[in-house]
Design a protein around this ligand. Structure first.
Ligand code: NAD
Length: 428
């Protein structure tokens, strides 16, 4: 996480900026600027060496006017209540802009999962669920994976909830592995969703996808499938990805001018998105300092790591060739950097539109759990593409008609839908 970036302040500033343009009533602003409910709890876990360690956990429910709250659980050493608040708020906008009938929530634990054994991860997953199970459920709040959490952890949590609830309840959590209540297509959903947005934006900008070059930040779930999609769906070239190196405690950019092979790099990447540097060098990749990705001579930047990565400092390094930024991560761009991007007339696909593919397929997963009937991968991917294309077109339409920045247009679409639902329910 970049220093001095308070994600929640950023989320509130973005909201205020659009609320001013929409002349939103003060009462409505008061409802939407803050989460409706916040839970903070201590999770005791017996460690393998017999000691007891107490972890700090959070669950924040921002707004459920349009349907059950929805949002991932992040395990990260730098997690804070403000990060969780911001991510919960963005989830409300994300579900609204994708037009899926869900609200916004997020959870977190302050922990580096790479420091835990498998048994400790299972006990912490179950311990988290023991603390929140009364607050969540298929009809009021449905968690999912995020940074630092996996499908296996979702399975343990679903099992714990089912035991406490007294019945098999797969719909309490999404992002479960296939065969354990998960949906085909969920793994690639966020990254592919990013690429469907990029494809639609390229049509609008009259760019040739086959001649386009991209730089990706991160190499976790989102970045991996965004990189694969950019080459395999669009026919373009990705020249770098990046990752956080746990041993060296710095980030690195891994690049190859002729184009990276995402499948090969995935084969030398661990479950937390850290690449084996030595093996990459042996295979002919260059290893550069972490923020080298942003200075690459490319058409498209796809930040897919953490929030605050494109900020007042890093934006100075951006190449004049960049025509588009597709935000795979949540909140990767600070308001200061946004200002520069607007001035440079770079096309922005804002986070809660760009990365909405994950929650869209999570929604499909919940629907399949409810029906106890599962779709083919082709069906899921086709429905995902359709949802993303319609969402992009709706935001672009507002952006063009009102002459506003794409992020503002996405907020306008989302706020309008949430306010309408609140009005219909008599909340405002
Ligand atoms: P992940 O844990 O799978 O991967 C994160 C990646 O970022 C790893 O490769 C890690 O090494 C890298 N990273 C961390 N700090 C870095 C730094 N300072 N510089 C460079 N790389 C760094 O996480 P993910 O699921 O891919 O999520 C990435 C982002 O996308 C987050 O903002 C997350 O909230 C958002 N997101 C994820 C999903 C999803 O379905 N996974 C959906 C929507 C949004």
């Amino acid at each position: 996480m970049a220093e001095k970036t308070n994600a929640f302040e950023m989320a509130q500033r973005q909201f205020d900026h659009v609320a001013d343009q929409l002349n939103l009533d003060n009462e409505v602003r008061e409802l939407l600027r803050w989460p409706m409910r916040e839970f903070s709890f201590r999770i005791p876990v017996r460690m393998d060496d017999g000691t007891l360690r107490v972890f700090q956990g959070f669950r924040v429910q921002h707004n459920d006017a349009r349907g059950p709250n929805k949002g991932g659980i992040r395990w990260h050493p730098a997690e804070t209540i403000d990060t969780v608040r911001a991510l919960a708020t963005w989830m409300t906008w994300k579900c609204a802009v994708a037009d899926i009938p869900l609200g916004g929530a997020k959870g977190g634990i302050i922990v580096d999962p790479a420091t835990l054994s498998v048994g400790e991860k299972e006990r912490l997953s179950r311990g988290y669920m023991d603390c929140v199970w009364k607050l969540i459920g298929p009809r009021n709040d449905v968690p999912a994976p995020d940074v630092g959490t996996t499908g296996q952890m979702m399975s343990w949590m679903m099992d714990e909830y089912s035991k406490l609830n007294g019945e098999y309840t797969p719909g309490v959590i999404t992002g479960k592995p296939v065969g354990g209540g998960g949906s085909l297509g969920r793994t690639e959903a966020t990254g592919f969703g990013v690429i469907y947005n990029v494809r639609e934006a390229m049509k609008h900008l009259k760019m040739d996808p086959g001649k386009s070059v991209a730089a990706v930040q991160g190499f976790g779930n989102v970045a991996q499938y965004a990189a694969i999609g950019f080459t395999e769906i669009l026919g373009g070239k990705v020249v770098c990805v990046s990752y956080w190196d746990r041993d060296d405690k710095v980030s690195y950019t891994v690049s190859r001018d002729s184009g990276i092979d995402a499948h090969f790099l995935m084969s030398i990447t661990d479950q937390y998105g850290s690449i084996d540097k030595e093996k990459a060098i042996k295979a002919g990749y260059a290893i550069e300092p972490g923020d080298a990705w942003i200075a690459k001579d490319v058409d498209v930047l796809i930040p897919s790591a953490l929030e605050g990565q494109i900020n007042a400092e890093t934006i100075k390094k951006i190449s004049p060739r960049v025509k588009m930024i597709a935000e795979g991560a949540n909140g990767p761009t600070t308001p200061e950097a946004d200002q520069v991007i607007k001035e440079k007339n770079i096309f922005m696909i804002p986070d809660f539109l760009c990365n909405a593919g994950g929650v869209t397929v999570s929604y499909f997963e919940g629907v399949q759990n409810d029906m106890n009937f599962y779709w083919s991968r082709e069906e899921v991917i086709e429905k995902l593409d359709q949802k993303m294309s319609v969402a992009f077109a709706g935001v672009l339409d507002v952006s063009v008609k009102k002459g506003v920045y794409m992020r503002d247009a996405a907020y306008m679409v989302a706020i309008d839908r949430v306010v309408k639902a609140m009005q219909l329910r008599g909340w405002c």
